[in-house]
Ligand binder design. Structure first.
Ligand SMILES: [Zn+2]
Length: 288
């Protein structure tokens, strides 16, 4: 384990794309936020540890190191999992504490959430935490102040902007490649898109990775322009046995449960078909 205050040396051959996992449980997703109250989280069946362990095993088998944007709420209840992430050679990063949309919080509330999560993760993991991903890519034109709050909280990079048009998230006019939002200390590393007919199309994982045929996704990622890609997945995406939230809206259920039985196999192919690494290594030049 690395002592706090140091950063791991970047590997000599930089990996092509960044592999990331947003570590949260099935009941914490935005799709069910209107159905499941945060007050009820503590009483629900937790599956995040066993599912994240399965992802750790897949990565170990493929020789892949990755970045785990971990929810503070999860880290507090599963400290041994946080330590296994670090011991596996992966980057520990933050997904905030409560999985609240950044643009629905006041700057003060957002500062508390991201500050609490970072301190907790550093205390448990024993490593510095430099990276942050907003729940549901919720940094956009409504909350540009969020970048300064993150820098003040000690973060060095964010991977929270998705430069696409989507009903729930997205900032279609944002830069598609790493940039410094206010010219300051913080770097934003957007989710990967491909340009087609003047539009940005999503090519970063999540629901689209489960929706599109694998070969289509692979071709898009292979041919996207402008440097390393940024891929993300979730522990619940490889868990077809998770409890069903039958009273959630139909569209939310469709998106959440689509092709869960196929995700692990696709992920294994993706791990084989590309070179992968941690965000702080793959994007070392941008973050420095
Ligand atoms: Zn999330």
């Amino acid at each position: 384990m690395q002592p706090p205050g140091t950063t791991a040396p970047a590997p000599t051959h930089l990996a092509r794309n960044a592999m990331t996992v947003d570590v949260e449980d099935w009941f914490q997703v935005q799709a069910f936020a209107g159905t499941i109250s945060r007050d009820d989280w503590a009483g629900l069946e937790r599956r995040v540890e066993v599912n994240t362990d399965r992802i750790l095993a897949l990565f170990a088998a493929a020789g892949v190191s990755a970045t785990f944007f971990t929810l503070g709420w999860v880290a507090e209840r599963h400290p041994a999992l946080v330590r296994r992430i670090v011991a596996g050679g992966h980057e520990l990063a933050s997904h905030g504490y409560w999985h609240r949309l950044a643009h629905e919080q006041t700057p003060a509330d957002f500062a508390r959430d991201v500050g609490d999560a970072r301190k907790l993760l550093e205390d448990i993991g024993g490593v510095p935490v430099h990276g942050y991903r907003a729940p549901t890519f919720s940094i956009n034109t409504r909350n540009p102040w969020a970048f300064d709050v993150l820098a003040d909280a000690g973060y060095r990079y964010s991977s929270s902007v998705y430069p696409i048009r989507h009903d729930l998230y997205g900032m279609p006019d944002a830069p598609r490649f790493p940039y410094r939002p206010s010219g300051g200390a913080l770097v934003e590393i957007p989710m990967t898109t491909v340009r087609l007919a003047g539009r940005n199309l999503p090519c970063a994982g999540g629901g689209y990775f489960r929706l599109l045929p694998y070969a289509v996704f692979r071709a898009a990622l292979r041919h996207h322009d402008g440097g390393p890609g940024m891929f993300y997945t979730h522990p619940w995406e490889i868990d077809p046995g998770q409890p069903r939230v039958s009273n959630a809206p139909a569209l939310a259920r469709f998106r959440h449960y689509l092709n869960l039985t196929r995700t692990q196999t696709r992920l294994e192919r993706l791990l084989r078909d590309f070179a992968w690494g941690r965000v702080d290594h793959v994007f070392a030049d941008s973050i420095a």
